[in-house]
Structure formats: C-alpha cells, structure tokens
Design a protein around this ligand. Sequence first.
Ligand code: KIV
Length: 279
Amino acid sequence: MSTESPVGPSSDAVRPAKIRLRHLQRAKQKGRPFSMLTAYDQFSARAFEEAGIEVLLVGDSVGTTVLGHASTTATTHQDMLTFTGAVARSVTRPLVLADLAFGTYESGPSDALRHGVELVRAGAEAVKLEGGAEIAPQVRALVGAGIPVIGHLGFTPQSVNALSGHRVQGRDEATAAKLRRDALALQEAGAAGVVLELVPAEVAGELTEALAIPTIGIGAGPRCDGQVLVWQDMAGLSGFHGTFVKAFADLGDQLRDAAQRYRAEVGERAYPGPEHSFE
Ligand code: KIV
C-alpha cells in the first residue's frame, strides 16, 4: 500500500499539514487521484482525517443520512451551519467543503453570497452549489468575495423532482454536450473544481481532460481527478448498495451486533460488572 500523499509533491515524503485547493489542483496535474468523503460530526471527521482523506464534504445529504428526510431539498441553511461547525471544529488537515442548501442561492448572487459568508463563518473553507451556466453569476460573486467554489453537475440531488428521480445524466449527445458547456461555464466563472454525479464514465473522463480544474466523481467512473462517497454508504452503515457504491466495511452489522450484545448483558445483569461500578 502506498503511503505517498496524492496531493504532495512527488519528491516530498512529507504530507502537507493543511490541504488547500492548490493541492487538489496539483494532484490533478500529477494524475494522482484524491479522496473526499462526507462528514457531519466530530467522530467521523476525526476518523477520516486520521485516514488521510483530503477533503471532508459537509454535504446537504446530512438531511437524508442523519436527519431522516426523504430528500436533500429538506436540508436547511441552519442544518448546514450546525454540521459544518461540528466538522470544522474537529479537524485541522482536510479541506472542509460545505454545501449551500436548496433555496439559499438560486435567486441570485447576493443571496448566494450572504449564505456563503455564513458557511465560511461556521468553518467552511469552500462551498459547493449545484447547477451549471445558470448559476455562473453566483459562482462569480462568491469567488469575488474570496470564497472558493466547487460546482456540482450531472445528477444534482436538489433537483431530484425536476430530474424525475435519481437518473444517470449525459447519456446522449445533447445532454453530454450540455454537461460540457456547464462545466466550462463554471470553470470560466472561477470554480475551483466540479463534482460529477451519475455521469457515464466515458463522458466524465472526457470532461476531466477538457477541464483545467479537478473533477470529483460519484458514480462517474475512474477517470475523475478525485472520488467522493457518502460515508455511511462507504462504510456499509446505510444499507445503500447503488451500482457506484462499494462498502469498505460493514458498520451496520457491527453496530447491530454491539447493541444486541449490550442488551443481552444488561438482561443477564452481566453488565455493568464490578469493574464498571463505583465503591
Ligand atoms: O451532499 C452530498 O453528499 C453530496 C455528494 C453526493 C457529492 O453532494
């Protein structure tokens, strides 16, 4: 297993103490894939920092994975501030990226800027928003104010209703061409990277080559510059087994097993034992 950092200079065994956007850009130039995971709380954030994950995404997926909503459209700006703060206070090395919630940027640049500033105050080091050329003015306003932006194209979960569900985007020539126009518009507006979600691997590979900024794929094949997964999917906790997901652990089973053994020991008065009790 390589211990070399994908974001460090090739001749340098020392990993950067703090991941910045320039490290992701360098990783792209060197052809070394970097990793992003969602994180919403101090325990997951610290574990992922210790694992060397370069970017922690406080995704609006917190609404579905933690808060029990059916869609990320229910995640509020206040939710994002709360969970961004929790992650940002817990780590020092990874780049902390936070989502602008549905309804906080679509109406125009000043709305986007106001909410982006609040996310940065909560600890975000960059913000992510969904959409293409139509949100270029918002991207420009954020970048102009010193707030780095990551775009999000392909399947954009906040538009799940307009997109008629979770569907791969860019399968035909016209939609693939639109993806390309949107990606270039985001780059032109100053975005520092773009997430590609549910995009055919070939299309995502071509976009990755066409763009100067890094692409980060989720269900977008192996040629993206980085990869991102929702951590509960990655760790086998959510039980979601979408085609693009690989579970690298079975935390769901382990958690159930631990709770069952705890319950059994409580029932038998085996726990707490003398070693867990006070004189
Ligand atoms: O909110 C989220 O988890 C995301 C990922 C799906 C990229 O945006």
